[in-house]
Design a protein. Sequence first.
Length: 128
Amino acid sequence: MKSISNWLEPFTWEFITAQNQILCQQKVAHHGPTSDGYLLGKELWEEARLREMSLFDVIEICRRCHRLAPFTNYNGNTFAAIARIIIRKLNLEPEKEHLVRSLAGHIVAGVASDEEIQAFKKFCNRLG
């Protein structure tokens, strides 16, 4: 797997919105756009979706979109789910995949320690 790619290309904003709606339905929570973050999140996502970038940059886009809170509920879960899908496509050994998913999820959620961020960066730099 090469380190620079169009990682986000398959994930249109409509897909992101549908993912959020499914998560909200599962948890019996309101699904809808927010007045402050929806358009900014959509713009950031659609611009990033068409760019080649590193895996680390992709996770950073997911984090930034989560922080913009484009939806009324489950923003973190929505963007962490995208990170999990991308990491699953790396076909890592199960233990390594679990670790990488955990690091990415913490980064997306904004709760990663500096040590976790550095470990994830180191992993991303090792991708061919």
